[in-house]
Ligand binder design. Structure first.
Ligand SMILES: Cc1cc2nc3c(=O)[nH]c(=O)nc-3n(C[C@H](O)[C@H](O)[C@H](O)COP(=O)(O)OP(=O)(O)OC[C@H]3O[C@@H](n4cnc5c(N)ncnc54)[C@H](O)[C@@H]3O)c2cc1C
Length: 487
């Protein structure tokens, strides 16, 4: 029997699952924006994979565990780095092209906390776009529902997931049922005032999980990237770590080398270490720049970043300086899954950044996330193809049952600012308690049936903020990206 599959999210994780399942199942992909709205499309750095002759999966594993403060799920992490080369080789054999060196072999870049150059790029800094578009270009049997914002899960009387509800392009409430529902909705960037994420990425997966008692894990581990391009206090995209890998250094307004003597790896120290140092520099009133004067062929190596700098009117060609600040980038935690993407709710899967497979531990190693999307999309698809049973799709009980409740939501900018203070780069126990107290004055727990997309998104953000704050409070010790300052 052909299975009805609903995939939520058009990033790399969602597109790959849809690709693997489209031959044997009927697949519908729902996404909040257009197909191209995702963090996957923005990924500049590349894909980490132990393919080089002098590299080993053990070395990749070691670096991943080190970056994750050894908090990683060992089994899934080993799976990631061991399966990675096979998955990448398959994509190459299917026509995906990665950048090559002068001799015609794959070119490997170096990024922070990797012992060896093992980062594959496609069209320089356009890796995410190239790989995601390659994946989407093969989706010829899939139905798309674009500009549709998923707001809740449908669950039958047996506690099985049977579909989702969403607000369509005209803000009308709709539902879609499926035998298997796959959440590939990405991270939580929209919760913070400065974020590298696509605007559609606002933590819905975690909110859906919490509203429906699906288990989540490790939400306190949010990665802040040190170098978001900023102008007048606003973020205009990311300046990849690869730029520092190519020789750029962090300086203040006087040209002082910020990372000198602050860490053995200096400008290639782990992201959380650099972000904290930069946050302190900002508190002391300094401006922060990436000095790119030592980067050879900057414009050729980083065409997407260059185009963005021109677009934002940054005079980097004359100054050799790019203004940057740290901001929210990635969440290591998410919906708890097993190694096949199964969540604690039957028939509900999670894959990509929204999932917590434990492969990133307490902090993600650079360029491991696209690899996670690829490896675990394969696993989810294998599992679904092997599962013989199809669930009985219940009537849309949730939609009918849920009584409209009065929302009381904070102003979005205020929520973001308070989130930055309480659950940003450095956290304090007292701030976390205050933040939770402040949130408790609002009402965002249930989704009523007559709400706008903006209200639904804000309710999701509140829900995610609360969960991150609770998780942070429950971990009084600093580890990885979670940093607790004294009282
Ligand atoms: C600027 C930037 C650069 C990065 N660089 C790298 C890199 O070089 N290497 C690397 O490994 N990782 C990188 N990352 C991280 C990596 O890109 C992401 O973790 C990864 O792409 C996540 O893929 P995903 O498919 O899980 O989610 P995403 O690609 O974020 O896709 C999420 C999808 O869900 C949709 N969605 C969200 N909410 C809803 C809703 N309510 N209803 C319907 N649809 C919804 C979104 O619109 C989107 O289509 C980078 C991230 C950013 C932001």
């Amino acid at each position: 029997m052909v299975k009805e599959i609903v995939v939520v999210g058009s990033g790399l994780a969602g597109s790959m699952v849809a690709h693997f399942l489209q031959e044997t199942c009927h697949v519908t992909v729902i996404c909040k924006g257009g197909k191209a709205n995702s963090n996957s499309m923005l990924a500049q750095g590349g894909i980490a994979v132990a393919l080089r002759e002098d590299d080993t999966f053990q070395s990749h594993l070691k670096n991943t565990l080190e970056a994750g403060s050894f908090y990683n799920d060992r089994k899934n992490t080993a799976l990631l780095v061991k399966t990675g080369p096979k998955v990448i080789k398959e994509l190459i054999s299917q026509g995906l092209t990665f950048d090559q060196d002068e001799t015609g072999h794959l070119a490997y870049g170096l990024e922070g906390a990797h012992d060896i150059p093992r980062i594959l790029h496609a069209k320089g800094d356009q890796t995410g776009q190239v790989v995601t578009e390659f994946s989407q270009s093969r989706l010829d049997k899939v139905d798309w529902i674009e500009h549709a914002q998923v707001i809740d899960l449908l669950v039958n009387e047996l506690g099985q997931c049977t579909g989702v509800t969403y607000l369509d392009q005209r803000n009308q409430l709709q539902q879609i049922n499926g035998d298997k529902i796959i959440l590939a909705t990405g991270g939580v960037g929209g919760l913070f005032p400065l974020s590298s994420n696509d605007l559609t990425v606002t933590g819905v997966g975690i909110a859906l999980a919490k509203r429906n008692q699906v288990e989540v894990k490790d939400l306190e581990f949010v990665q802040f990237h040190p170098t978001l391009l900023t102008k007048n206090g606003k973020c205009y995209g990311l300046v990849s770590e690869a730029v520092r890998g190519a020789g750029a250094v962090l300086v203040d307004e006087t040209g002082r080398l910020i990372m000198k003597d602050r860490h053995v790896r200096q400008d290639l120290a782990p992201r959380d270490v650099i972000s904290r140092i930069l946050s302190q520099e900002l508190e002391q009133g300094h401006d922060i720049y990436l000095d790119i004067s030592k980067v050879e062929n900057f414009e050729k190596k980083f065409p997407q970043i260059t185009a963005n700098l021109f677009k934002q009117g940054i005079p980097f060609q004359t100054t050799n300086k790019i203004p940057v600040r740290p901001g929210a980038h990635f969440i290591m935690g998410g919906i708890l899954t097993d190694s096949y993407g199964q969540t604690s709710m039957p028939n509900l899967y999670a894959v990509g950044e929204v999932a917590c497979t434990g492969v990133h531990g307490a902090n993600r190693l650079a360029s491991n996330s696209l690899l996670e999307c690829l490896v675990f999309a394969t696993r989810v698809s294998e599992h679904i193809l092997q599962a013989s049973q199809s669930v009985s799709i219940a009537k849309n009980e949730r939609l009918v049952k849920k009584q409209p409740e009065k929302f009381h939501l904070p102003n979005k900018e205020l929520l973001q600012d308070r989130a930055w203070q309480a659950i940003g780069i450095e956290r304090k126990r007292t701030d976390l308690i205050d933040f939770l107290h402040w949130l408790s004055g609002y009402h965002y727990t249930y989704i009523p049936t007559d709400l706008t997309k903006q209200e639904a998104e804000l309710a999701d953000l509140c829900c995610v903020a609360e969960e991150i704050a609770r998780a942070a409070l429950a971990r009084p010790i600093s580890i990885g990206a979670h940093f607790i300052k004294g009282e």
